[in-house]
Design a protein. Structure first.
Lengths: 303, 303
């Protein structure tokens, strides 16, 4: 219950070896909240321009996402244009137009201040900290970031991290943040910066969850057709946080299940452009794929 | 019992970001047989030159490896020189001197013809087929290959594959052999070429085992210090085939355990140059790390 996300709502133009789309619904906040909505109620804090069409708002509302925190500002919605080669693990950004996002100042509706679970999607770490200060006593805070902030706003990021319980970033970001090529050593270094848990996203290889006393490796569900990886990381985070918020169980076992649910959600979203796959997705499909991931990883112990 | 390997015995010169060594013991046959020797008896078919020193022979003999098939030919032993950058997943070959390997014609001692388990390490696919013809009724044949043969001896390789039960290659080789960028589709295509099972080696991400009705993902054991990845693939194969030969159990469950044992063996060999780590390794350490991989991957099913 009461899962809050602050992030972007955007128009994406994406080209992959399998096709291309122009100005489709995207953004970290969109992917996160849609994914989490399969598990719990979500509150979305973001900004869109006056060009944001009613049908996108209707889609988010149809997922029961609370849009009281979705501001509309004069100007155009954030736009991102990117492409992928056959190595779908890495996007090449062609254009970024921040538009209304440039002056975005997240302001939480009063009710949102009581949120127990918070996800700070990949935005300026100063804004992330601003948001956190507006939440009274969050039970669990997770956070994403990227190379741009690690390099350009390192001090602000290091000020935000002590308030973060779970940092969810990719391999290259982990190495960059720690300044250490070995992933496990880098992960341990990141844990000294504040987060109690680090989740390293590894694209088609799954994720590695590292905390002081435990490591958990979850594979990605192998797919015969990855259509568009855009939003996979935020969709992972949405499933992960959505499950935890729904169960309010932060035990090691629960966090592992949440990780697998996140991985399963990401495996769906990449099957089509934008959030198309999420429109038809039903919980039984999620449960079915969860069971398949279990079969994918099981082996006997020593006798 | 009766596990046969044909492969190379070599002198390697290797540079990694952590140090370098010159003319140390290496070669696919060496790594495979040493790894397998922790589980079962191994017969090594290979060739060395007159410069191969007694202490290397003594080391192999100390691991109870049967050296009746290790020919000594006039000339110098095979030499390989390579280096790795911080991305330890990929070696850059600097020099290859085939030397006595150039005219290598594997001839199996009579007793070897009754071998039940056979591993064809990465050599010319024509030689691999020659060896197979000399084995009377192998119960299980596994095989490695590389980009050089996939491109340069494709027809010979396609003639060998129908006699192979388990092909053990890396991701790039899988994609190249199938001519298909999606790994899972590529794996399915490879299965139509003969092997009933494909094991895709993914370096620090572990392995993916694909057969007609099942997929198994085994993570690599996360290491804080990977010193030299040379031989990791052959060491994986040695642990995998060694365990299967020792148990003579080819059930799905057993093959999964074998995969994890292979992965565990590989995690040890990369901790030091050459086969140094294998000299001090004891079975209890292997069992301990197997248990850790189990903890690394376990999560609860759905309620």
């Amino acid at each position: 219950m009461s899962l809050l996300v602050v992030g972007s709502v955007a128009f994406d133009s994406v080209a992959t070896p399998f096709g291309q789309v122009d100005e489709v619904l995207g953004g970290s906040g969109t992917y996160f909240s849609t994914s989490a909505s399969f598990f719990t109620d979500v509150r979305l804090v973001a900004v869109v321009g006056e060009d944001f069409p009613p049908q996108h708002r209707s889609f988010l509302a149809s997922r029961k996402i609370d849009l009281a925190g979705l501001q509309t500002a004069p100007g155009a919605t954030f736009r991102w244009k990117g492409k992928y080669g056959f190595d779908l693990n890495e996007a090449q950004t062609l254009e970024t137009h921040l538009n209304v996002f440039q002056t975005f100042k997240p302001e939480l509706p009063e009710a949102y201040r009581e949120s127990d679970f918070v996800f700070l999607a990949n935005i300026d770490p100063e804004l992330q900290l601003d948001v956190l200060k507006q939440v009274r006593r969050p039970q669990l805070v997770a956070c994403d970031t990227m190379n741009y902030w690690i390099e350009g706003k390192r001090q602000a990021l290091l000020k935000t991290l002590p308030y973060v319980d779970i940092l969810i970033i990719n391999e290259a970001e982990t190495r960059q943040l720690a300044g250490e090529p070995n992933l496990l050593k880098a992960a341990r270094a990141v844990l000294t910066m504040g987060p109690k848990t680090l989740i390293v996203k590894r694209g088609e290889y799954g994720v590695l969850l590292v905390s002081e006393h435990t490591i958990f490796a979850a594979p990605a569900f192998p797919l015969e057709s990855v259509f568009d990886p855009t939003g996979a990381g935020d969709t992972f985070a949405g499933g992960f946080m959505g499950y935890l918020a729904a169960t309010r169980n932060l035990s090691e076992a629960s966090v592992r299940k949440a990780t697998v649910f996140g991985s399963v959600m990401a495996s769906f979203v990449v099957e089509d452009f934008s959030l198309e796959r999420m429109r038809s997705l039903v919980y039984e499909e999620i449960a079915e794929r969860y069971r398949k991931v279990k079969l994918l990883t099981e082996f006997a112990g020593l006798d």
